[in-house]
Structures are given as C-alpha cells and as structure tokens.
Design a protein around this ligand. Structure first.
Ligand code: PEP
Ligand code: MG
Length: 579
C-alpha cells in the first residue's frame, strides 16, 4: 500500500479498480522480403486493414446513448479513410515492387500523404493529417499485433472504474462523459486546464498532475481517490477502506443536506440578492443546472460543439444546440460565449499544430481566431442571433484585449444581423453583448470596455494565467497559481467597480467563482453575479445565505490594502472563520 499526491480537481471519494490507458507509440520495423513471400505480405496488409474496418465498425455500433451526435461522423470519417486508394494501392505496389514489409511500405506512403496535407493552405484540410495518423496507427498496430485496444475499451463501458492516463485531451473527456467511470487520474495537467474543468463537469472525483500515476498503477489495482485532498492510495488495507467508505457516506449525507437549499433564494443576511448561474459545456449539461435550480447559464463554452467531430459545425449545428438549451432553460438567461478555440482546445479542421506558436496561449485563440476567420465565426453569430428569437440569449466575447478588437466584433455582429434581415429571419435586435475580462489589458481598461458592452464577466482562469504569467496547462508552474495574489484581486476589483460605474452587471465565471474559499471575499468586493459548475452551486449558496455583505465589504477593503500574498491569505482565512 502506498500513496501518491496531485491536484484534486473533482471533489469526493472514489473507491474502485484501476483502468490504465496506455498510448505508447509503436516502433515500425523495416526489412526487405524475399520474392516468394510478397503475396503473403500483401495478404497480411489486407487483413490488417479489414481488421481495422471491423474494429471501427464495432465502436460505431457501441456508441453509447447520449454520446455527442458528432461521434458517429467522426468514426465514419475514419472508416472512409480506410478506403483511401492513394494509401492502400500505393502501399501494396510498394510491397510488390520494393519488397518492403507491409509496416514500412505503409509508413512510406502515410508519411507522403501526411506531408501533402501538411502543405495544404486550407487549415481544415491541413488538419486532416491527424486523422490519417490515427487511422494508420490502428492498421500498424494490427500488423504488429499490438493493437492498442484502449480507446475501444473506453467505449466498452467502464462502470465504476478509475481511469488512469498520462493525459486526457478535452475530446477524451467529452467521450468519458458518456460513461459512468468512478474517477480519473492523470500524470499531467493543472487544476485550471480545460481538461480539469471538464472533469469537474463529469461530477466525479479526479486528480491531475499526479506524476508517476501511469508508471505505478497497474490495470485492476485497487485504488482510493480523495478528490478534495488530491491523494490516491494504491492497494489500501481493510482499515483504510473502511475509513474511506465511512467518509464517503458522510460526504453523501452533506450533499443531501445541501439539496434542501435548492428552493431557497441566494439572499445575504443584509438582503442583497445574488445571481447564481451555472457554466455548461454541452447542451446535456443543462440537466445538472436544473437540478440545483441555477438562475440561468452564465457561461456556455460553445467550443465543445467542435470536439470529437470530423467536420466544422454548421450554422444549423450551432442553432440546434442552442435551441436544445433554450428548450430546457425556458425563459432563464443563457449566456452563449462565442467559440474559444486554440491552445489546449485544438479541434480537427480548425487550429492544427500549424497554429501552435511557441506560446500558444498568447497566440491565435478565441476572438482573435474568429476575427481572422469570418467564415468560421459568422455561422455561429447567425445561429446565436436566430436562437435569440426563442429565448433569453446573451452573447459573450472571449479573450477580448483591445477596443479595436471589440469594435471589429461588434461590426461583424451587425453584419450578421443584416444577413438575417435579408433572409427575413428573426432575432432579438437588442441581444445583449458582453465581454469576458480575462486578459489584464481588458481588466485595466474595464471602464472603456464597459462603455460599449451590456455586461462584463471575469474569467479568472485566464486572468490569473496572464497576470501571473503561468501557463494554465503546465503543472510545473502550478504552485504559482494564486487567485489571492494582490495583483489579481486589484484587477478583479477594478472590473467590478468599472461595471458598477457604468451601471452594467459584472459576473465572474472562472473557477474562482465556484470555490468556497473566495465567496465571502468576492461578496465583500461587491460581486453580485457568480457563474460556476453546477456541482458547487448549492455550497456557494449556503455561504451567501449565511453572510452579511456589508460587514464583508469592510473586511474586503483590508484585504485589498494588504501587500503580500501571505497577509491576504491570513485575512481571507479570518473572513471565512467570521460570523
Ligand atoms: C476563464 O478563463 O476563467 C473562463 C471562464 O474561460 P475558460 O476557462 O473557458 O478559458
Ligand atoms: Mg478563459
């Protein structure tokens, strides 16, 4: 029995068996065959391709109910690639003429094909190389008889298992969303990476940045995960198992108690009404939002519509997704954030590796990417506008950093309205447009942004990343992540004050809004609108109901005067111990 530690990102206790996801590269052998074995080699190649077809078909047939509708399209695209003549016939020709083994012949041609796609001007086509690589990898594994069944096994039902992986992409996490896994653990990752945020949405215990997880844990090992502490115990003895089972029951009891707050309004002791909204990634997340009676959706991360999909979503894909959310939410506000693609949210056909600069987080991401590619952006804008005719939609712009950028965005929105006018399609002409304050430049000029926008929303995940210069996906600098850094607090305060002065609402939708450590401080700083993962909402509501915002304002003032993080931490601890 031994323990490992990482960063807990999904609260709760999980006890279960390990399921280790290995994604190792395969070594491709190179040799020349005697003539008499060539036809046998061609046959071996045909067989490996046929096997790949059968594997992919089987996966397609086992797509679980409720999986994102794009999943099937993604699989079909891979199946089609197995019919690609350039790849198949050329490989067979090379086996026969050059007498290469099938693996090497396939590698020669797939490398050529990948290089052709790599040179394409169109970023969508250029990105196809990732699909080619994945399909070829499957055939290679069949040839080498080292088929990595991991992905297929993932689709085969993992009820109650604890998934252990080196890393998960946001796309993997979306897939896992459709399974009842008990918990997950990754070697890499930081608590504010998008994968970790999605993990929280899975509403399961999870630990990221747990180095050595894949090395030390074997398939079938018995594990205990404490998502709050970020601790993992391998092969626990009976005494520990008993202790954790009791602890788990206690957590379940507390959760049940919080449920009784569902119908209570989030009003402070001094009668301040607070707006508590929820963040969603996919339309299906609305169920959890309703379960905690959130006042609306404060952040809909629409880029997840692009995940696990072979093609770029059309205007109708966007529109249908938004209508699904409207249907569930009725006339409650839904804040649709335009796609925030780039950096760790790479998607087939959009921002491929070719756009991964040296510092991708500082590169072509979110609104920057959209403004460079109106063909990508406008269908989404039209879909949001059309959806606004059916529900209380608000449009939110991610990562805006200058007024020029904001002007350009507002112009494209106006252009999209004119497009719809020409087609006599309805939309809300007064659709509120807000901006995320998540780049220090925007926080510092929040007063200027407030003049042009209907609301602001503070994205603390990025605001902290950019203010403190710590890459949110890099766990080696994770220790520097500090929402209570005086500079971060000042930027938050500036934004709240700018919104108040301009009489527009200011929300917070980053992870800080859903963390109970900061609720009382934020109330004291004047924040009245919080948006978070639904999982945290009732716990935050309880703190709000028990707090007096007037009294907290004085204490928050002291925190803002503090000059060191240590002092801030001490004062916040005091605030949280208060009445
Ligand atoms: C943020 O940056 O705080 C935010 C809410 O956006 P995301 O986490 O999707 O980047
Ligand atoms: Mg952000």
């Amino acid at each position: 029995m031994f323990a490992l530690y990482g960063s807990g990102v999904g609260k709760g206790i999980a006890i279960g068996k390990a399921f280790v996801l290995h994604r190792d590269q395969v070594e491709i052998p190179e040799y020349v065959l005697p003539k008499y074995l060539l036809e046998e080699e061609v046959e071996r190649f045909h067989h490996a391709v046929q096997q790949a077809r059968e594997q992919l078909t089987a996966i397609t047939q086992h797509i679980p109910e409720g999986a994102p509708p794009e999943t099937a399209g993604f699989m079909d695209a891979h199946l089609l690639m197995l019919e690609d003549r350039m790849l198949l016939e050329a490989t067979i020709k090379t086996i026969r003429e050059e007498r290469y083994n099938a693996e090497w012949a396939l590698k020669v041609h797939s490398d050529t094909l990948i290089a052709v796609f790599d040179k394409m001007e169109d970023p969508y086509l250029r990105n196809k190389k990732i699909d080619i690589h994945q399909v070829v990898d499957r055939v290679q594994r069949n040839l080498l008889m080292v088929q990595d069944q991991e992905h297929d096994r993932v689709l085969d039902g993992l009820d109650g298992h604890i998934v252990v992986a080196n890393d998960l992409t946001p796309a993997d996490t979306v897939m896992l969303k459709n399974h009842r896994i008990g918990a997950f653990v990754t070697n890499l990752g930081s608590p504010i990476s998008h994968t970790a945020i999605l993990a929280r949405g899975l509403r399961i215990p999870a630990i990221v940045g747990l180095h050595g997880a894949v090395r030390y844990i074997r398939d079938g090992d018995s594990l205990i995960i404490d998502g709050k502490q970020g601790s993992l115990i391998i092969d626990p003895d009976n005494r520990l198992l008993k202790e954790f089972r009791a602890h788990k029951r206690q957590i379940d009891r507390l959760r049940a108690e919080l449920q009784t707050l569902k119908s209570r309004l989030p009003v402070t002791q001094d009668a301040q009404q607070i707006d508590l909204m929820a963040n969603i990634e996919l339309p299906g997340d609305v169920k959890a939002v309703k379960k905690v009676a959130a006042a609306g959706v404060g952040l809909y991360r629409t880029e997840y519509l692009f995940m696990n999909k072979g093609t770029v979503p059309t205007e109708s894909d966007h529109y249908n997704a938004y209508i699904r959310v409207i249907k569930s939410m009725g006339d409650m506000p839904i804040t649709i954030r335009t796609m925030d693609l780039g950096t760790d949210k790479q998607v087939n056909g959009i921002t491929g590796a070719e756009n991964q600069g040296v510092n991708p987080a500082l590169g072509l991401r979110a609104i920057r990417l959209c403004l460079q590619d109106p063909q990508l952006f406008k269908p989404q804008l039209r879909a949001i506008l059309r959806a606004s005719a059916h529900g209380k939609i608000r449009l939110m712009i991610p990562m805006v950093s200058s007024l020029d950028e904001l002007d350009q965005t507002l112009d494209i929105i106006e252009e999209s309205k004119r497009d719809l006018d020409r087609k006599h399609q309805k939309y809300d002409p007064n659709l509120p447009v807000g901006g995320m304050i998540e780049v220090p430049a925007a926080a510092i000029s929040a007063d200027l942004f407030a003049e042009h926008l209907d609301f602001l929303s503070i994205g603390t995940n990025d605001l902290i990343q950019y203010t403190l210069a710590i890459d949110r996906v890099d766990d080696t600098v994770n220790y520097l992540y500090d929402p209570l850094h005086p500079s971060v607090l000042r930027l938050i305060k500036m934004t709240i004050d700018a919104g108040n002065k301009a009489h527009i609402p200011v929300a917070m939708c980053g992870e800080m809004a859903g963390d109970t450590t900061y609720t009382r401080l934020l109330l004291g700083m004047g924040l009245r609108n919080f948006s978070m993962d639904a999982e945290n909402l009732l716990e935050i509501k309880k703190i709000i109901i028990d707090s007096n915002s007037n009294r907290l304002a004085t204490q928050a003032e002291q925190v803002l005067q503090a000059t060191s993080s240590n002092e801030v931490h001490r004062l916040v601890h005091e605030i949280n111990q208060g009445d």
